[in-house]
Every structure is written in structure tokens, then in C-alpha cells.
Design a protein around this ligand. Structure first.
Ligand code: PEP
Ligand code: MG
Length: 552
């Protein structure tokens, strides 16, 4: 008898049940010629229609989903995409085929870059399929709304597909591909839809089969019984909000902070109750440029973030160029092994002025703001790195300079690094990929690349011990902090603050408020004693009935 339970990686907590709806396949490549269609002018017209449609959909939503739809709407009329496609139109190539080919070239280039750039390929694929559908009169691609609650099953889903889902009707998401840091996972969390990705047997799920999705445990139960369905409904994740402070049951304050990647996200993070910003990724200022942004532009961007957090901590991370964020004016396109190459702080060795300019802009923005501005550098590896960064910060008048701890060497030597730096912030996304030698974007390695790996937790523990030796705070800013059960483990290991996607704050606050510090320490010991990530997760969850009670 086939297994009734499929397992994958739970990326958005909560339980939901419903009949399976299988996502339709992507739009197929159009044939080269379209009889009677040689008019290149059809392309900008179709692109404009798609843009308007996506803008309309954006208006109906908020937060991260809205940001995705707005960005994809802009991509629809991207001048280089439209112009390349128009130039390809000829006797043998109709407008739809031309759009397909022009977009596919961009997709291939983005995929070759890997990492978040590869994730952007999705926006182009979405736009391509929509413009092709508009040109060929096909029905609009995307997930059809069946008009009743359902569980969506797909090989993979684009961010736009997820952003357009109705959270009231979509009871769960199950995909064959995808990893915990994919955009799809982040959006599912933001919309509060339970999701399990990397489910190998998902292709077995046929339309109409009743399933229960448990995004906390990472399981999908096939042919669910009435009892299982009603239990899932009873445990559905209610809408929660958060204001105030993150505290354990016995009152220890654990600041709950937000990770953001654009100034326009700061206000939403404040509205979601974030006690500050634990990670401002500053790559947004630099991406897609031929040269670094000027001083005034950077000051303005940082100021906009600080304005939302008067009297609160805002941790600005300096540019993390290289690896999955190549920048032509900083990093080499020839790098044979970019994740282990010149990235993060290392990229500044040949470009010290770039760092000094960024620090000067942060300092100027901080000077006339009421936020308590801290700075940290990515990919700090040695004590010499920490010393160098702190002295450059001091020279610019930035007195709270810290280090991200995302390289195993830095975690093991955190005591020495933190004898130089004011604080540490553990980036569990990179720390996990380096500890496990497993590319964080490779969905086939999702079982290895999880911060539940006891080896990763050993490194977190070492980093926290190093901080404690020096009396320096060490927080966590990787995706691990957004998993309510793991967040408790991190606190038990000694994390002084947790920074996460704003949408995770309320769930983490709720679980933390129901768990005493001593219990967090016990959970940490249990996780460290486990022999696998799956055991660590299962043993910790088994000790936390509160997760079931809260629908997590
Ligand atoms: C991390 O590595 O955990 C982190 C927070 O940084 P990023 O995801 O931007 O690499
Ligand atoms: Mg990182």
C-alpha cells in the first residue's frame, strides 16, 4: 500500500485541508510563425495590457504580495525586453514567438547567475507567459480559482502565482521544487498559507484528492479522513497581530526585529509590530547599476528607513556584493566559485572607497534621525576582518559596529571577533549552506540545507558562547528565526534578539510568550542531542503542544 504521508520541507506553518487542485502547466512555446501576425507594434500594446492587469491585482493586495506584483508589472514593459522582442519579429517569427525568445534569453542569463538573481527569472517567465497569452488569445496563465477551499499542488510556483492566491480559499500549498528561502516560501508565510515544498511524491497527488497539509511538520496526508480534516480545520492558523515586546513566559525581553530589503518596507515592518530592524539589506541601492549610487541618494534611502523607527534600533548591513549578487563595478564575472569567493566584506578589500562612502552615507542619515543606528558587515571571517571593519566605522563616526556571523570560522571564533566588534548577528541562511556544504538555493539539497541541522545549531551555540564571554549581544537574522519552534531553540542557545520577515513576528511572539526561558534551554539541549535535522525538529515539536494550540 502506498505511503499515506508525504514529507517535504515545511516553509510556512499552520495546517489546512481540502481537495487538491493541480496548477496548470506553463504556457507552451508558441510556434515560430503566426499566420498574418508580423506586426511588431502588437508587442508593446500587449505588454501594456499585462502591466495594467498586474497593477490592478497589486491594488487588491498588501505587503510583500503587493511588492511582488508591482515589480512584475514594471518588468512587463521593460524597455529592453520589449525592444529585443520587437527586433526579432520577422517573416518567420511572429510577435508571440519573438517575446518568448527575447524573454527566454534573459531567463537563461539570470539562471546562470544563480541565487536571488535566478529567483528573478521567475518574474520574467511570468511576464513572458502573460504577454504570449495576450498575443495569442490564450486564457490568462496562473492558478484558476475553483470557487471553493482547496490545496494547491504544483511542480513549482512563481512569486506572482502565490501573490495572486486568495488566502481565504487556499488552504495549503504543496510543491515538488522550491527551498525554504525561495520567494514562494517567503510569500506563503506572508499570506499565512501553510506550505510544504520539496515534496518528492507530490506528482502522485491527483485533482480532487482530499489532503491535509501541515506546514509546521512538513507533511502532506493523502486521502485524509473526516477526523483528520476536522482536526486540521480546528488547528488552522488564526490571524494574529503583535504589538509591544517579545518576551518569554517568565518575562525575559527578546527583541523581535524585522528583516527588510527596501526602504518602502520599513513602514509595514513598523506596522507589523517590529521592535526595530535587525537586518536592512542594502543591496537594493546597488543592484542593476553600472556604478555605485551617489552619496545623496544613499542618505535619502537610509533616512527613509530610520524615519519609521524613532528611538529604536536599526541594523544596517553594508553591501553584500558577489556570489548571488554580482555587481559589475565590484565583483568579477569570471569568479569560478562565487559563493566561496570575493563576496560580502571581502569585496571591499579592492574597493575600500565603496565601503567608506556607504558608511559615510549611513552616518549622515543617522546624524539627523532619532533611530539608534548600528552597522554590520556581511561575510566577516577573521578577527582581522572585524578589526578592519570596526576601525572604518569609527572613522566615519559610527560607534556601534558589529559583524554578521555566517561563516563557520566566524562562529567558532566569535569570542575573538566580538572582542573587537560591538555585536554579532548570526545569518543562519549562509551559515547553514557553508556548514553543510549545500547550496542554499538548490531545492534538491533542502533536506541538508536546514538550520535544524544539529551541526548548524552547534555553530549557533558557539557564536552565542563567544558573545557571552565578551558580554556582547548576539542575535539571529536568518530565516531560522521565523520558524516559531526553532526560534525558541535559538533563544535557548543564547540568541539575544530575533530578526525575521515581518509576517512571522506575531507567530513567534505568541509562542515565545507561552514558553519559559528554562524550557527554551531544554529545547536547545534536545535539538543539540539529536542525530539529524528531522529528529531535532520532531523532538522539539513533540515537546511543544502550544504549537498545535496556536495552529502552528
Ligand atoms: C543569512 O545569510 O542568513 C542572511 C541573513 O543574509 P542573506 O540571506 O542576505 O545572505
Ligand atoms: Mg548571508
Amino acid at each position: 500500500m502506498p505511503e499515506r504521508t508525504l514529507t517535504g520541507v515545511g516553509v510556512s506553518p499552520g495546517r489546512g485541508a481540502g481537495p487538491v487542485v493541480v496548477a496548470p502547466p506553463h504556457v507552451p512555446p508558441p510556434s515560430s510563425s503566426q499566420p498574418g501576425a508580423t506586426d511588431a507594434e502588437q508587442i508593446p500594446a500587449a505588454a501594456a495590457r499585462v502591466r495594467a492587469e498586474l497593477e490592478e491585482a497589486a491594488k487588491a493586495t498588501t505587503g510583500e504580495a503587493r511588492a511582488v506584483l508591482e515589480a512584475t508589472a514594471l518588468m512587463a514593459t521593460d524597455p529592453s525586453l520589449v525592444a529585443t522582442a520587437q527586433a526579432l519579429v520577422g517573416e518567420d517569427v511572429g510577435p508571440a514567438r519573438a517575446v518568448w525568445e527575447a524573454a527566454t534569453r534573459i531567463v537563461d542569463d539570470l539562471r546562470a547567475l544563480g541565487g536571488p538573481m535566478a529567483e528573478r527569472a521567475w518574474d520574467v517567465i511570468d511576464v513572458r507567459d502573460r504577454v504570449v497569452a495576450a498575443l495569442t488569445g490564450r486564457s490568462r496563465p496562473g492558478v484558476p480559482d475553483p470557487g471553493h477551499p482547496y490545496v494547491l499542488v504544483a511542480t513549482d510556483l512563481s512569486p506572482v502565482d502565490v501573490a495572486m492566491l486568495d488566502p481565504a480559499r487556499t488552504r495549503g500549498i504543496v510543491t515538488t521544487r522550491g527551498g525554504p528561502v525561495s520567494h514562494t516560501a517567503i510569500l506563503a508565510r506572508a499570506l499565512g498559507i501553510p506550505a510544504v515544498v520539496g515534496v518528492h511524491g507530490a506528482a502522485r497527488l491527483t485533482e480532487g484528492t482530499l489532503v491535509v497539509v501541515d506546514g509546521g511538520a512538513g507533511t502532506v496526508t493523502i486521502d485524509a479522513s473526516d477526523d483528520e480534516v476536522s482536526q486540521a480545520a480546528a488547528g488552522a492558523r488564526p490571524h494574529r497581530s503583535f504589538t509591544g515586546e517579545g518576551r518569554t513566559l517568565d518575562g525575559q525581553h527578546i527583541p523581535l526585529l524585522a528583516n527588510i530589503g527596501r526602504p518602502e518596507d520599513a513602514a509595514a515592518a513598523a506596522a507589523a509590530g517590529a521592535e526595530g530592524i535587525g537586518l536592512l539589506r542594502t543591496e537594493f541601492c546597488f543592484l542593476g547599476r553600472r556604478q555605485a549610487p551617489g552619496h545623496a541618494e544613499q542618505v535619502d534611502a537610509y533616512r527613509r528607513v530610520f524615519a519609521s523607527f524613532p528611538g529604536r534600533t536599526v541594523v544596517v548591513r553594508t553591501l553584500d556584493a558577489g556570489s548571488d549578487t554580482p555587481l559589475p563595478f565590484v565583483t568579477s564575472a569570471e569568479e569560478p566559485n562565487p559563493a566561496l569567493g570575493v563576496r560580502g566584506f571581502r569585496a571591499f578589500v579592492d574597493h575600500p572607497q565603496l565601503l567608506d562612502d556607504q558608511l559615510a552615507a549611513i552616518a549622515d542619515a543617522a546624524a539627523d534621525s532619532a533611530a539608534d543606528v548600528w552597522v554590520m558587515a556581511p561575510m566577516v571571517t577573521t578577527t582581522a576582518d572585524a578589526e578592519e571593519f570596526v576601525s572604518r566605522c569609527t572613522a566615519q563616526g559610527l560607534s556601534t559596529a558589529g559583524v554578521t556571523i555566517e561563516v563557520p570560522a566566524a562562529a567558532l571564533r566569535a569570542g575573538q571577533l566580538l572582542s573587537r566588534a560591538a555585536f554579532g548577528s548570526i545569518g543562519t541562511n549562509d551559515l547553514t549552506q557553508y556548514a553543510m556544504a549545500a547550496d542554499r538555493q538548490n531545492s534538491e539539497l533542502a533536506h541538508l540545507c536546514t538550520p535544524w541541522q544539529p551541526a548548524v545549531l552547534d555553530l549557533v551555540a558557539a557564536a552565542c558562547r563567544g558573545g557571552a564571554q565578551q558580554g556582547r549581544p548576539v542575535g539571529v537574522c536568518g530565516e531560522a528565526a521565523a520558524d516559531p519552534a526553532l526560534a525558541l531553540v535559538l533563544v535557548g542557545l543564547g540568541a539575544s534578539s530575533l530578526s525575521m520577515a515581518p509576517s512571522a513576528l506575531a507567530d513567534v511572539a505568541a509562542v515565545l510568550g507561552r514558553t519559559a526561558r528554562e524550557m527554551c534551554e531544554h529545547l536547545a539541549a534536545v535539538a543539540l542531542a539529536a542525530e539529524s535535522a528531522a529528529d531535532a525538529r520532531a523532538s522539539v515539536r513533540a515537546l511543544l503542544p502550544v504549537l498545535q494550540e496556536l495552529g502552528l
